[in-house]
Design a protein around this ligand. Structure first.
Ligand code: HEC
Ligand code: HEC
Length: 383
């Protein structure tokens, strides 16, 4: 082997790949989380992060020398001694594998990271009804806020932890001059010990996991109908499911999805058809322009009540109900406090612009809104 004198091959290629993939996916997922309309990408990167964590944990049991958990130095006296030596002796010998600080560091990353990945998957399923865990949305919606808090606080904790880790590496590099920063790049550490050699079957396992993580990433980013991100809520197709609604209520504006408003709102709209936002579309017994046959009216409003906000566990329906807090529903979605809150950052002139015209023209900014799709990636502010 053409290696430098005084160096040991501690981190074989595979260990380094895992290390950097965990680091990169965490960083990217963190940055992406700041952009709501990039949620799908955040989820895809998060899944890859999760897959790599699983692999790192398996690696901790069966991996090569120095990477396994049984070589970790976890006793408190060892940790104390490590820091004592570090402070007292500038040029000291470092162990080939994990030192007590990096042993603890790694365990905490794996623990914290796993909880972040698990809570992330749960929130995605429970809050938005998305992905493999979308079925949990029906019964567990009430846990979404607490899960989100855990997910966020632990992510910040991990970020701080990573910064501490990087600072530690710099101290090693520039103060102790152990050349630590390059160990995770070249694989070699300036120390004494035996070289690590993962062997073929462990290398094979690495390839399987690399392919798996690339596969999950690409599947998860490919459209919205793949099993990782698919939404459990069916789209509304009024043309086939409720042609009457489409015909009678879809002429002046596109039909509004029923789950946006509670029963009490639909009741009020039904009762107020004589003066429907200035238009008269009152029900009649005979066919007339701009009027709805009484029977048809009953069918339409029964349909709207069947899928109203009261009965839905969609995120927005739950929020509408919370926002109303028992009060009677408004006739207009835009008068509900939660709608105002969500849209408070949009400058008023945008709503008056040529392409939007009115606040109630949800369809101008939310693509396919009439089908009941309100995904962040479908929001366009017309220019
Ligand atoms: C003759 C035209 C016309 C027809 C037909 C019509 N609407 Fe409307 N609708 C309007 C107008 C105008 C508004 C006010 C839009 C605005 O606020 O700018 C409106 C607003 C609404 C809103 C409130 C949107 C919001 O949040 O402000 C709902 C809900 C609604 N209509 C439901 C219905 C239903 C249900 C039917 C069928 C029974 C229907 N509309 C048929 C003209 C019509
Ligand atoms: C001028 C464009 C525009 C119009 C018109 C508009 N929205 Fe929005 N809507 C947005 C934007 C932008 C966001 C994202 C706001 C944010 O995240 O800060 C948003 C967010 C939302 C969300 C939250 C989405 C989520 O994933 O959490 C819902 C629900 C929503 N809008 C419903 C409506 C409804 C219902 C209407 C019509 C009554 C409407 N919007 C009209 C631009 C618009």
């Amino acid at each position: 082997m053409n290696k430098k004198q005084g160096y040991v091959y501690v981190w074989p290629f595979y260990t380094r790949v895992i290390h950097w993939l965990i680091a990169l996916t965490f960083t990217f997922a963190f940055i992406l989380s700041l952009y709501e309309n990039l949620l799908n990408l955040h989820v895809a990167v998060g899944i890859t992060f999760g897959v790599m964590l699983v692999y790192r944990i398996i690696w901790g049991f069966i991996g090569p020398k120095y990477a396994t958990f049984n070589t970790f130095k976890l006793s408190l006296p060892q940790l104390k001694k490590y820091f004592k030596d570090k402070i007292e002796t500038r040029y000291r010998e470092i162990p080939a594998g994990h030192n007590p600080a990096s042993s603890w560091y790694t365990l905490i990353v794996l623990g914290c990271g796993s909880i972040i990945a698990i809570t992330g998957s749960l929130i995605y399923g429970i809050q938005e009804g998305n992905g493999y865990l979308g079925f949990l949305n029906n019964n567990y919606y009430m846990y979404s806020n607490i899960l989100l808090d855990i997910h966020i606080y632990l992510s910040y904790t991990l970020l701080i932890w990573v910064i501490i880790h990087i600072s530690g590496v710099f101290v090693e590099q520039f103060y102790h001059k152990t050349n630590m920063a390059f160990a995770m790049i070249t694989g070699y550490k300036k120390t004494k010990g035996e070289d690590s050699n993962p062997g073929t079957y462990k290398s094979g396992l690495t390839y399987i996991f690399l392919i798996l993580s690339a596969f999950t990433f690409f599947v998860a980013t490919d459209g919205r109908h793949n099993p990782f991100v698919v939404n459990k809520f069916e789209e509304f197709h009024y043309e086939t499911d409720m042609p009457l609604y489409n015909k009678e209520c879809g002429t002046c504006h596109k039909p509004y999805p029923p789950f946006m408003l509670p029963n009490s709102s639909w009741d009020r709209i039904q009762k107020g058809l004589k003066n429907h936002f200035g238009e008269e579309i009152s029900p009649t017994h005979k066919k007339e322009d701009n009027k709805i046959l009484l029977n048809d009216q009953t069918v339409i409003f029964n349909y709207l009540r069947r899928y109203s906000a009261d009965k839905s566990t969609r995120e927005i329906s739950v929020k509408v109900m919370e926002s109303l807090n028992g009060a009677r529903g408004r006739k207009s979605i835009t008068k509900i406090q939660i709608w105002k809150d969500i849209h408070s950052k949009i400058p008023p002139h945008i709503f008056k612009s040529k392409k939007v015209k009115r606040k109630a023209n949800c369809f101008a900014c939310h693509k396919n809104f009439e089908k009941g799709i309100i995904e962040d990636i479908d929001i366009y502010i017309p220019k």
